[in-house]
Write a protein that binds this ligand. Sequence first.
Ligand SMILES: CC(C)(COP(=O)(O)OP(=O)(O)OC[C@H]1O[C@@H](n2cnc3c(N)ncnc32)[C@H](O)[C@@H]1OP(=O)(O)O)[C@@H](O)C(=O)NCCC(=O)NCCS
Length: 182
Amino acid sequence: MNSLIDKVKNILFYDADREFFAKVFPDSVAAVDLLRFRKMSPSDLSAVIAIEQQVYNFPWSENIFRDCFTIGYSCWVCEDPQKGMIGYGILSIAAGEAHIMNICLSPEVHGQGYGRRMMEKLIDVAREKRALTMFLEVRPSNAAAIALYEKMGFNEIGVRKGYYPAENGTREDAVMLALELL
Ligand SMILES: CC(C)(COP(=O)(O)OP(=O)(O)OC[C@H]1O[C@@H](n2cnc3c(N)ncnc32)[C@H](O)[C@@H]1OP(=O)(O)O)[C@@H](O)C(=O)NCCC(=O)NCCS
């Protein structure tokens, strides 16, 4: 029965169909396949900041997020039908280069494939805007993020010394990674 459902699903891949299958055959659709993306709006900021503060030791302030809107960065949130808004990603795109400024998922969903989905969305957006290369910085101590980026094909291109604030007033380097989008 499940293989028949899978065959039908592979023919019909619209979101509405996925939601139909999720309702009628709940075991036949992975939660990550029901994730929806939409542009972040100022009304999302309180939920975004709640996640930001849960996840990072040195979270962005509300003003930094507001500046992202003002500057015109490409700001996205992802929503799970059951859990609501569970993550966000912010991209700067100019002159053929896309830069991931922030990507963050709620701790309750880490390790379930949502981060990869968010990265795929940001890469799609960058390609649509004709970016040729995507860049990002990451703390060397952030093993989960580095694993995700390496699995998505990013390569190390350098180190920014003392880029991030760290505990006890110290600084942590940033590893710079890049992905060719051609
Ligand atoms: C980094 C982050 C976005 C990853 O998202 P996630 O939903 O937890 O990751 P996923 O479940 O999609 O995993 C993606 C891949 O990375 C690997 N991965 C994820 N967490 C890992 C960990 N802790 N250790 C090793 N590998 C890990 C997975 O095995 C997976 O590989 P696969 O797709 O081949 O199975 C998420 O952990 C997060 O929001 N962290 C806090 C904010 C942050 O650090 N952002 C990055 C700043 S540079």
